[in-house]
Design a protein around this ligand. Structure first.
Ligand SMILES: Cc1cc2nc3c(=O)[nH]c(=O)nc-3n(C[C@H](O)[C@H](O)[C@H](O)COP(=O)(O)OP(=O)(O)OC[C@H]3O[C@@H](n4cnc5c(N)ncnc54)[C@H](O)[C@@H]3O)c2cc1C
Length: 471
């Protein structure tokens, strides 16, 4: 394990806030990687050496200048809610917490400028109060995640049914990043350049300012619909997603018995054999939605606009039953549960869902999220998985791929294995310019660490610089 001169770094940082208590540093070195039994085995011991919490872009420049000179890796951290060890310092060093940089700097018609550590829900509260606007898309960790962490590590979420994901041009307007060089530079990115840094896990620049688009805000109505089986729920979601006149923000079909078994506060609405569709509907669209629902033969089990206070008491918002909160609620009850990330490509999404459901049944309970993807309405999956062995997990992922359902593997910590299983040229080239010593979040970009790695072998990449478990 490389020994870094942390003493010299602390001296160089002067009054910039640091934390070196080993227990606190370890806490800030972890995210929700433990959703994956594989990552849990590989990363449970990982810790940084020092947490540094800058209050300004100028302080970030000082931190990166000192770390570059001393050869100390820097791993940025928003709120640490990522699921694949993205914010975990595999080679130790500095955990750079952006939590103190959390101001909303500007709100204007259709756009907002904020510091990276701003919490998404707090941003929305300010935008709504200011001008009745809200963010287009947010992760179900809305209440805790930061906007910088979402852009650098997330992909999409609530609102993606209307706007697609963070990869889609227009969903981020501008980013400002600081580079890891002898003399760090401040670089503004816009347009296609944004793809160099969005979903790059902070491997090629520290985001210090974000500018994102806003849309009209509504007091969204939470609706829970019951259906006899999962394939009926999938069809319902598909038809609803294609209703051009009905404004929704979330459409989430989930297979029985997941709602009854794991959504404890909502259990009172469900029969165990009932599948569900979770929906967020704009208040002005409720009458059209009712008409749609009648024709689609759904049973409205709950709606937040007409339920009395006693019924609503203690119920979390439906988005906190969706996306990766579904997995969290299941894990709280059954620690052997894990999950997958799957795309069911348009135009055969329903046929693919049927094939997969028939192939695995209750071993892989279905969970779909309807989104716009490349301009089409289709569905991603975050199916739960009743974990037995690593071999069976790998086999289930292989069968999905063989059935034409690409897997974005959540059981790996690298960009490529968790994504398209190929080098992202734009991100690699930008890293060569902005982080020539490879000190930003080491081990997360295979193309940097091992340019000759062959993804087609299906072998798992293991970062040579990963701290040994006994260090
Ligand atoms: C229950 C649950 C539900 C979730 N639901 C969703 C969902 O719906 N959609 C979704 O996309 N994700 C989801 N996630 C994953 C995660 O919550 C989101 O991606 C979230 O936006 C991450 O924000 P964060 O502030 O916690 O980032 P962190 O986890 O702290 O960081 C994420 C990545 O960004 C990097 N980073 C952070 N800040 C910066 C910066 N300023 N500059 C450069 N790099 C930076 C980190 O190094 C890391 O690689 C979920 C996770 C959980 C546990």
């Amino acid at each position: 394990m490389t020994a870094y001169d942390i003493g010299a770094l602390k001296a160089a940082l002067g009054t910039i806030k640091v934390e070196d208590h080993p227990t606190l540093v370890k806490q800030k070195s972890r995210d929700f990687f433990w959703y994956s039994p594989q990552l849990k085995r590989e990363l449970d011991h990982v810790t940084g050496d020092l947490v540094v919490s800058p209050k300004s872009e100028a302080e970030i420049v000082e931190v990166l200048r000192a770390c570059y000179r001393l050869g100390i890796p820097v791993t940025p951290r928003g709120s640490g809610t990522g699921n694949y060890g993205q914010a975990m310092p595999l080679a130790g060093g500095v955990v750079l917490s952006l939590a103190e940089m959390n101001a909303v700097k500007e709100i204007a018609p259709g756009r907002l400028v904020a510091e990276p550590g701003a919490i998404l829900q707090k941003i929305d509260r300010q935008a709504k109060a200011h001008s009745g606007q809200e963010l287009r898309v947010f992760p179900s960790t809305y209440g805790t995640a930061t906007i910088g962490g979402f852009i650098a590590g997330g992909s999409g979420g609530v609102g993606s049914i209307n706007w697609g994901g963070l990869r889609d041009i227009g969903n981020v307007i501008r980013l400002r990043v600081v580079t890891m060089e002898a003399e760090p530079r401040v670089v503004d990115l816009a347009g296609w350049e944004l793809a160099r840094v969005t979903h790059a896990y902070g491997t090629n620049g520290i985001i210090t300012e974000v500018e994102v688009p806003l849309t009209a805000a509504y007091d969204w109505v939470d609706v829970v619909v019951g259906l006899d089986d999962f394939l009926a729920a999938a069809r319902y979601g598909d038809e609803l997603g294609n209703q051009d006149g009905i404004l929704t923000k979330l459409i989430t079909p989930i297979a029985a018995p997941v709602p009854y078994d794991y959504f404890l506060r909502y259990r009172k609405f469900f029969r165990r054999e009932q599948s569900a569709v979770l929906v967020m509907v704009a208040p002005h669209a409720m009458s059209a939605f009712e008409a749609f629902n009648q024709k689609a033969r759904g049973t409205i089990l709950y709606r937040s606009d007409t339920a009395d206070d006693a019924t609503k008491a203690g119920l979390p918002p439906v988005y906190e039953l969706a996306w990766n909160h579904t997995t969290l609620r299941a894990l709280r009850i059954d620690p052997t549960i894990t999950y997958l990330q799957v795309l069911y490509p348009f135009p055969d999404q329903l046929e693919k869902v049927k094939l997969v459901t028939e192939a695995f049944g209750d071993e892989v309970p279905g969970h779909l999220e309807y989104v716009r993807f490349d301009g089409k309405v289709t569905c991603f999956g975050l199916p739960l998985l009743r974990y037995t062995t690593q071999e069976r997990l790998d086999e289930i992922m292989r069968i999905h791929e063989d059935l034409g359902c690409p897997i974005f593997n959540p059981h790996r910590y690298t960009l490529e294995e968790g994504g398209m299983k190929q080098t992202d040229r734009a991100q690699l080239d930008f890293k060569r310019q902005t982080d020539p010593r490879g000190l930003l979040n080491p081990g997360k970009m295979v193309a940097w660490e091992n340019p000759d790695f062959d993804f087609s072998t299906g072998k798992t990449y293991l970062f040579r610089g990963l701290q040994p478990a006994d260090s």
